[in-house]
Design a protein around this ligand. Structure first.
Ligand code: AP5
Length: 207
């Protein structure tokens, strides 16, 4: 059983590869972005708090995130963390309730992630991820898996994407050195096809 963190800039392909890896390796997929979007959709108190931060491309406060993740983690199953931790405080908080065995850093440049995010579409019903350029649905505007409507994420607007990238560089990029110093970081080039990225990450997980 392994606890794995997927690290990378917005649009690196974390969600795309995580869903497939979780199925292949029997890991619990914990995506803080998906959990927060669910809270917003249900208009819970947590969703109401998170909504504004997410719409601006800012991070939701660390203590809120840590308590949400702590409730989700199941000690009996390996976990694949996607989009978490995102700050040094979150990484330290995580170590207080579980360990991290491996961190996979998806490397891709800014120009490519901007292109990916501007053409991303997600299913409003089940959250499946598509891309108009690289991973289009079989029927335009409809999810292949559940037939739900495909929509553009609010935070994929160019001005919000720019802010998310700045926040990533300021708050999340320092985690690369943090995990590298612990000897558990592996780098995987993510500027290739989703299938190639999946195979490369799977190889790291099997090693
Ligand atoms: P979150 O949902 O986690 O957003 P993110 O980290 O910015 O990552 P994305 O979901 O945008 O991208 P991704 O890397 O998953 O890429 P994807 O697979 O979709 O967080 C959203 C917000 O919630 C944050 O801004 C913050 O406010 C809040 N939040 C979440 N977690 C938090 C935390 N821990 N602390 C505080 N706040 C938090 O792929 C992108 C596109 O590219 C898709 O169209 C896909 O089809 C395509 N694609 C994927 N792989 C490839 C490939 N290899 N080649 C070509 N296209 C590809």
């Amino acid at each position: 059983m392994k606890n794995v963190v997927l690290l990378g800039p917005p649009g690196a392909g974390k969600g795309t590869v995580a869903a497939r890896l979780a199925r292949a390796f029997g890991l619990l997929h914990v995506s803080t972005g998906d959990m927060l979007r669910e809270e917003v959709a249900q208009n819970t108190p947590l969703g109401q708090l998170a909504k504004g931060y997410m719409a601006r491309g800012e991070l939701v406060p660390d203590e809120v995130i840590l308590s949400m993740v702590r409730q989700r983690v199941d000690a009996k199953k390996g976990v694949l963390f996607d989009g978490f931790p995102r700050t040094l405080a979150q990484a330290e908080g995580l170590e207080r309730f579980t360990h991290v065995d491996l961190v996979v850093f998806l490397e891709v440049d800014r120009e490519e992630v901007v292109r990916r995010l501007s053409s991303r579409r997600v299913c409003a019903q089940c959250g499946a991820i598509y891309n108009l350029l690289t991973q289009p649905p079989k029927v335009e505007g409809k999810c292949d898996l559940c037939g739900g409507a495909l929509v553009q994420r609010e935070d994929d607007k160019p001005e919000v994407v720019a802010r998310r990238f700045e926040v990533y560089m300021r708050d999340s990029a320092p985690l690369i050195a943090y995990y590298e110093a612990r000897g558990i970081l592996r780098r995987v080039r993510a500027d290739r096809s989703p299938d190639e990225v999946f195979q490369a990450v799977a190889e790291v997980l099997r090693a």
